[in-house]
Design a protein around this ligand. Structure first.
Ligand code: GMT
Length: 382
């Protein structure tokens, strides 16, 4: 199939999922066209089935805001016609589903009926999409998508609760490429750069936004390090980072916390981690937790959103109410204080991650693609 993938190219969940999905589809012989404003971070172009088309938005003094949706829908129209693309798969409703719908309508005028699949990722529904400034447009573009998917059951329920839609929402969970992890088992990285032999390595990875509850990560770690020797790896960048550094200073634990910023060495850091912390306010899925689990790292998280669908209570880790840092620290210590228990949780984390292997999940998308293309052909014929 010839598929256009529209996504955010930056660090962070939805762009990573879209990129990995496109690469694996290309690997399976589909022709994939990434359409976005910058080359996605994890995109490898040395593959004959992978194409990248940049959306340019020329500056003009009249524009206070650059009309990205307009440029994106024009690019989609041009690329669909040029490459005979059969389907658009847009990741993150805002503004991609809206721009995709406009492209669909323009193409319809030229006698081309192209189906659009929209994948909802989380904040496009719960935080941003639900804002009154965006809600009517998001609602409209969900209803106008040919097929809608969400990355968890919890996000599906949130969508029905927050938006006015009767559309069937297919749950297709996020995934992980486990083969890649196995091939990288022999990663050469000095654990000693991060911690001494007797110290446990605790990791948090995110975009350091408020929703991630970064102060909770620090507070949980502070309680852990009062009981056992430990170091905290803080990976990522965002608005909450400076405050987090100040909090570490205030607590006097600055020497035990390493802030990496946006690192390209996430796999190396995870391969030596003993525990992953994700105390988010809301998390539609929690891809970062799954990535940790694929490296056999147990997870202590909040129980919000889709996290219970990924982190299995008492198996791959533990879940607590949002903000209950005491409980999260206790759970962390339950895992870390006993080597046998730690090893059990590590093995369990990997086996739960295996359920989300890309090999199990990708066919679910392929089935929907076939269905959407088939339906669009029957519309043309009738
Ligand atoms: O919040 C983030 O980390 C970024 C955001 C995104 O769209 O890039 O992540 C959302 O989509 C991810 C991929 O499907 C999910 O794993 C995250 O849970 C989700 N974030 C939230 O719901 C807060």
């Amino acid at each position: 199939m010839k598929i256009a993938i529209v996504c955010y190219p930056t660090f962070g969940g939805s762009g990573v999922v879209a990129t990995e999905l496109g690469l694996e589809l290309a690997h399976r012989g589909h022709e994939i066209h990434f359409i976005t404003y910058r080359q996605p971070v994890r995109l490898a172009l040395l593959n004959p089935n992978v194409h990248y088309h940049e959306v340019n938005v020329p500056e003009y003094p009249l524009f206070h805001y650059q009309p990205y949706e307009l440029a994106l829908s024009s690019k989609l129209v041009d690329m669909v016609k040029l490459h005979k693309i059969e389907l658009m798969h847009v990741h993150y409703a805002i503004p991609h589903a809206y721009a995709g719908y406009m492209a669909k309508q323009m193409l319809k005028d030229e006698g081309i009926n192209i189906p659009m699949i929209t994948t909802l990722h989380g904040t496009d529904i719960t935080l941003v999409g639900n804002h009154p400034f965006y809600k009517p447009a998001v609602n409209f573009s969900i209803n106008k998508s040919d097929i809608v998917t969400s990355v968890s059951q919890s996000l599906k329920e949130d969508t029905y609760a927050l938006f006015d839609t009767q559309k069937e929402i297919h749950v297709i969970p996020n995934f992980i490429e486990l083969d890649k992890h196995r091939n990288e088992q022999q990663i050469s990285c000095q654990r000693s750069v991060m911690a001494s032999k007797d110290e446990k390595i605790i990791t948090h990875i995110s975009n350091f936004r408020k929703v991630k509850r970064i102060p909770d990560v620090i507070q949980i770690f502070n309680k852990i390090q009062q009981k056992i020797p430990a170091k905290l790896m803080m990976v990522g960048d965002g608005p909450e980072k400076e405050k987090a550094e100040a909090l570490c200073q205030k607590l006097g634990i600055q020497d035990k916390v390493i802030f990496f910023g946006n690192s390209n060495e996430i796999d190396k850091i995870l391969s030596y981690s003993d525990l992953f912390l994700l105390p988010s306010e809301t998390e539609s899925f929690g891809l970062a937790a799954l990535e940790a689990m694929a490296w056999s790292v147990p997870v202590v998280s909040s129980n919000s959103g889709g996290l219970p669908e990924v982190n299995f209570e008492g198996v791959s880790g533990y879940l607590s109410d949002v903000g209950n840092v005491d409980d999260m620290a206790e759970n962390a210590l339950k895992i870390l204080e006993n080597e046998t228990i730690l090893n059990e949780f590590k093995a369990n984390a990997l086996s739960v991650a295996k359920q989300f292997d890309i090999k199990n999940i990708l066919p679910l998308y392929e089935d929907l693609y076939r269905l959407a293309i088939q339906n669009s052909k029957s519309i043309v014929q009738s």
